[in-house]
Design a protein around this ligand. Structure first.
Ligand SMILES: C[S@@+](CC[C@H](N)C(=O)[O-])C[C@H]1O[C@@H](n2cnc3c(N)ncnc32)[C@H](O)[C@@H]1O
Length: 433
């Protein structure tokens, strides 16, 4: 919707490369208040490189005179495509009616193979520019077999009228939704039920199992809603729910981390095992005699799968809820020690007894003390799972180039989040002898 008080100008442009956030770039010339001509680079959602398009540019909100709040921050102008004169061969019809406005997806308008190629190119560029690898050993992006309805966990915002939905890009405006094309079909069934009631603010979280009809919803729902969910085949759980990954059952609480795309997480788990043990002919210790640390272990996903292959796993996690889940998930394996605390506090005390590591940190990557420990006490192999290729590149630079303690064997993007600009990677490092 065009804001009634803000000026909109129209420009016909050829779109440039995508930013890392998945927007196309466009240059326009504006005349400043002092009459000078200035070239401005804009981000154009739902555009593709090389397309000849007309864009609308809405002037950004200005602070009201005399009431300049300390919290006010300048925002970029809102930009949208009004007409595509020459579409890209990579363009496809986005199925979602709010695509381009919604902040959830950035790439629905791009053929899926092109999304995979683009993600690989972003990873390569970051490894070169931030990581200092002139020819990084990247492998093709692992596709998601069905790149729709994959998310087993969605957090919807709720507006003042109690409607749940996702927020419009760069705003807090809720776009009410009764379904979302990347949400699992069971989440959509639950959302459809919730869309017919006034929900409590500010957010509603829905998590589902892909192996059964169990769902978790926060905040807690009434008996009436529980009954309505049952009528559409969903079993509402209150505290925990069970999900199956790689043949193992995991108990998950609403606030514990669990990978959002179960099918891709199974592939990731296989990549982690292969990364630690495969193609390692000069490995000094056989796999089944090794001690492996699962750092940032969440509910114990990798730890449980690793426990079948190695002598001992030490799993480290700071979240109390994930730790509770990990204790249940790992109750039948005797060779996993679960440590509650921060990796940066615990790893330095363990590193000398460890043969290999899986590191799966949050987006910020590893703390310097974690990297220092891995340099001071080199391990045979590290598998670094990352949901942000820029912090991955930064950390690999420290481990492989600045310190030259490890050789980077491979970096493989894995498409955990199709239709979005998010990129997950699995990197394999081995100690330099
Ligand atoms: C990306 S998740 C990975 C979870 C797990 N590896 C999995 O695949 O399900 C990161 C986890 O690290 C935990 N975490 C974040 N910072 C931490 C820290 N400094 N020390 C220990 N755990 C941390 C979070 O609670 C979260 O469970």
């Amino acid at each position: 919707m065009i804001h009634p008080e803000r000026q909109v100008t129209y420009h016909t442009v050829t779109l440039g490369q995508l930013t890392r956030e998945g927007d196309a770039q466009a240059e326009i010339i504006i005349t400043t208040t002092t009459g000078e001509q200035q070239t401005v680079t804009l981000r154009v959602p739902a555009g593709l490189p090389g397309e000849h398009v007309t864009i609308a540019v809405e002037e950004p909100p200005q602070p009201r005179s005399g009431r300049r709040s300390r919290r006010w921050k300048p925002r970029p102008p809102r930009v949208w495509i009004t007409e595509i004169h020459t579409p890209s061969p990579l363009r496809t019809q986005a199925p979602c009616s709010v695509f381009g406005t919604c902040g959830g997806c950035q790439l629905q308008h791009m053929h899926y193979p092109a999304q995979l190629e683009w993600k690989l190119s972003v990873v390569r560029q970051l490894l070169q520019e931030v990581g200092g690898f002139s020819d990084p050993p990247t492998l093709p992006t692992v596709p998601c077999d069905i790149p729709w309805n994959y998310r087993n966990h969605m957090r919807f915002s709720v507006n003042r009228s109690g409607q749940a939905g996702l927020t419009a890009r760069g705003t807090h405006i809720v776009l009410p939704l009764a379904s979302c094309p990347i949400a699992h079909e069971q989440i959509n069934r639950a959302l459809n039920v919730l869309s017919q009631q006034a929900n409590a603010r500010p957010q509603v979280l829905i998590r589902c199992s892909t192996a059964s009809n169990q769902i978790l919803i926060q905040p807690q729902q009434s008996q009436e809603i529980t009954q309505q969910l049952a009528e559409v085949g969903l079993e509402l759980h209150i505290e925990t729910m069970e999900e199956v990954l790689a043949g193992e059952t995991f108990r998950i609480r609403p606030s514990s981390f669990f990978q959002t795309n179960t099918a891709q997480a199974e592939k990731m788990a296989r990549m982690v095992l292969a990364g630690l043990f495969e193609g390692n002919a000069d490995q000094p210790i056989p796999a089944n005699q090794q001690t492996i640390v699962d750092a940032y272990c969440g509910v114990g996903t990798f730890a449980l799968l690793l426990a079948r292959h190695v002598n001992k796993v030490i799993a480290i996690e700071e979240s109390p809820s994930a730790i509770k889940d990990a204790h249940w998930n790992l109750r039948d394996v005797q060779n996993v020690e679960i440590l509650k605390g921060k990796v940066e506090g615990l790893l330095p005390t363990l590193a000398s007894q460890v043969d290999g590591l899986v590191i799966d940190p949050p987006r910020a990557g590893c703390q310097q003390v974690v990297l220092d420990t891995l340099v001071e006490h080199p391990v045979t192999r590290i598998v670094y799972v990352s949901c942000d290729p820029s912090t991955l590149a930064r950390d690999l630079n420290i481990l492989c180039n600045i310190n030259q303690t490890y050789r980077l064997r491979s970096v493989q993007p894995l498409d955990m989040f199709p239709q979005t600009a998010h990129i997950e990677c699995v990197a394999v490092l081995e100690r330099v002898n």
